[in-house]
Every structure is written in C-alpha cells, then in structure tokens.
Design a protein around this ligand. Sequence first.
Ligand code: PBG
Length: 327
Amino acid sequence: MAFPEHRPRRLRRTSALRRLVAEVGLSVDDLVAPLFVKEGIVEPEPVASMPGVVQHTHESLRKEVRALADLGVPAVVLFGVPALKDANGSQADAPDGVVQIALRNLRDEVDDSLALIADTCLDEYTDHGHCGVLGATGDVDNDATLERYAAAAVAQAEAGADIVAPSGMMDGQVAAIRQALDDTGHADVAILAYAAKYASALYGPFRDAAECAPSFGDRRGYQMDPSNTREAVVEAGLDIDEGADIVMVKPALAYLDVVAELRRSFDAPVAAYHVSGEYSMLKAAAQQGWIDGDAVAREHLLSIKRAGADFILTYLAREFAERLRES
Ligand code: PBG
C-alpha cells in the first residue's frame, strides 16, 4: 500500500495547531459599526427587516457608541434620517442636521478613542430618494450634486467627523470633497470612498432603516453594474488619484473577487461593506433554525478578510466584538 507523502492534516489536528497556521483572523480592529440616527423620535425604533438593528435617538446612539468604544471597536459610520426631506436634501449640510448634531455629541462622548465616519450622500435627505439632485430631465445631475456633497462633507467635518464616506457614485465626488475640505481647513479629515458600489438588490433592508427607497426609477444610472470587475479597478484608481485615503467595495460577499482585485491592484487600505441584505439573510435563516448564525457570520466575515479587506463595515460589529471579548 502506498502511503501519502504529504500530510497537510498534521497541522489540523488540534485547535492550537490550527491557530498557529491560520492565514487570516478576525479582530475587533477589523470592525466598523453602521448606525442610524433619526430626528424627532423619543424611543429607538426597531428596523423590522434587520433584527437587532434600530433607528437611534440621539441619546440611545450615544449609549451604543459608548458601548462600542468600550468594546474596542475602532469606528462607526453614521446615517441620518431627517424629519424634513426636500428636493435638494438641505438637511445634509444643515449645521443642526441630524448627523451633525450626532457627530458633535459623539465627539464629546468618546474623544478620539473611536473614529467617527459620516456617510456623505443625499438619498436619506431628498424627498425623491435619489442620491443626488435632479436635473431638468429628471436624471440625477452629476455636477450639481458634487456641490451638495462638498457642502455636506464640510458640515460633517465641522461637526467632528474623522472620515467622510461619499457613497453616491457621482463622477468626481472624491476630488470635489477633497478640495472643499482642504479649502475650509479640514486637510486632516480623511475620505473613505465607496469606490466600487454596485447597483445591488442587497440594500433593500437598509432603505427601510434609512427611509430612502427611491420614489421612482432605480440607482443603475450611477451605481455599478454587477457584471463588471475591471470597471471597479478603474473606479478605485480614479478615486485614489482624486485623493481617496481608503477605497471600499460594496456589497461584500457577492463581490469578493472585486475585493481581491482591488487588494492586488492598489496599496491603499481596502474596506468592504457587508450590507443590510447580507445581514438580514443571515439573521432570517438563523431565526428559522436553518443555520448556525454565529458560525456562518464568522465564516462570512473571515471570507471578506481572506479576500483582502483591511476592515469591514458590518451590522454584526457589536455582537462580534462581544463574542471576541468572551473568547
Ligand atoms: C446610500 C447608501 C446605501 C447604503 C449605504 N449608503 C443605500 C443605497 O445605495 O441604496 C446601503 C447599505 C446597506 O445596505 O447596508 N447613501
């Protein structure tokens, strides 16, 4: 009988051996928690399609971010749900807009122990739900939108954001924001560019949480086509040239090839957004008892790290940070 010459199983025999040769791991430093804050509510409101996720009041947001900071989570990303929506998304850059108030409160709460990221977009703030302002034809007007993004980013920087994260996929958005930040004395504020954001059906639950489903049409005129990988490399290259400090792929699991491609192509940090639909599918199957939710969550997040992401925006951040602390 011929015995195998090579025996990779030797290093799988015990947990200690497996840990010793693990190629990637998950640490609390890899996690960023996306959080929603809504104007005009007195109690946090659960988001039905995202079990465990709520729309926060300013007070409950403050507590949540305190808890995350105490767990060692390095950053949160904030999304605002304003009481007033209009055609231009005027609350996006209002000094007393919901996210600006939240940023000031949180800066005060956590100092520099946790980084504050603000999503910079208009869809939460426009009455039509599109990510920009509309031109005469009813399409999103790219260049008019850039001025709104620049104003929103400056308002977020003045309120204490460490990082602004333009998510609207307008051409030139990183350059416009970088210029506006530099011109207003915010050269230290970094840009996390949603460089390769796909027109995905996986954002459905987020649109419940942020109350921002488009009232007509869809986002395929500005978000990327799911067929394309090379285009993602072009997009990320443009963003880096325009001054992006970090490039992001979104969603994550269905686009791990894109994460790997950006990792190979660029030296800038690469982030991935494990989005609402990815979270909700996992939670739904776990609630049914059809999968072991904790185990699948770990496997999914590990796969994103293995593909090459430096960190992950995920609604699992809090529960994962708690689990990492226990282990
Ligand atoms: C747009 C934005 C969206 C998400 C983050 N930023 C929604 C969209 O493009 O429709 C989705 C995030 C998620 O699904 O978790 N401001």
